[in-house]
Design a protein around this ligand. Sequence first.
Ligand SMILES: [Zn+2]
Length: 200
Amino acid sequence: MNALDRLVTLLAKLPGVGKKSAGRMAYHILDTSADYARDLAEALAGLHRSIRHCSLCGGFTETDPCPICTDSGRDASLLCVVERAQDVRVIDESREFHGRFHVLGGLIAPLEGIGPEDLSIGRLLNRVRREGVREVILAMNPTLEGDTTALYLQKLLKALPGQDSGVEVTRLASGLPVGGDLEYADRLTLSRSFRGRVKL
Ligand SMILES: [Zn+2]
């Protein structure tokens, strides 16, 4: 396999990229300067070296704890629970939410053999207890797994000992398409979902 074919094969593994667009990208990289190709290669090579998971929230970060967890301007009483680390960025960019995040690292999916013990649920409960969280916003996608996970978390959070006033549990509501994906929701839809969140 020559260098061009190898690049096409690798690019075609990216989500949403077919063989045809991979070919277009590869030729574009070849036509553009060698500097660009080198910058691209360096950015790719350095990705896993410089980006890691925040030890507090599980989000992607270059510094640990991440800038969101250490930002004193954020409302620590609000905790938004998301499925994946990339969801943090999507929600943060909507500028509707000014609290902190917690990444579960997946959703409960019995058919795929993913149970609650595979997710960072223990750490979530600890944070709710220790960080003076008043409201937990469940922002998982409105899918079967998302619903199952939200229900499971709701029960655990409501039963937390030492929560005399009770921690409020809400879920993103209107606007998000059923079976849809947070990642593809536009900023306005996401803002509306936050404002219209419902008590569980
Ligand atoms: Zn963090």
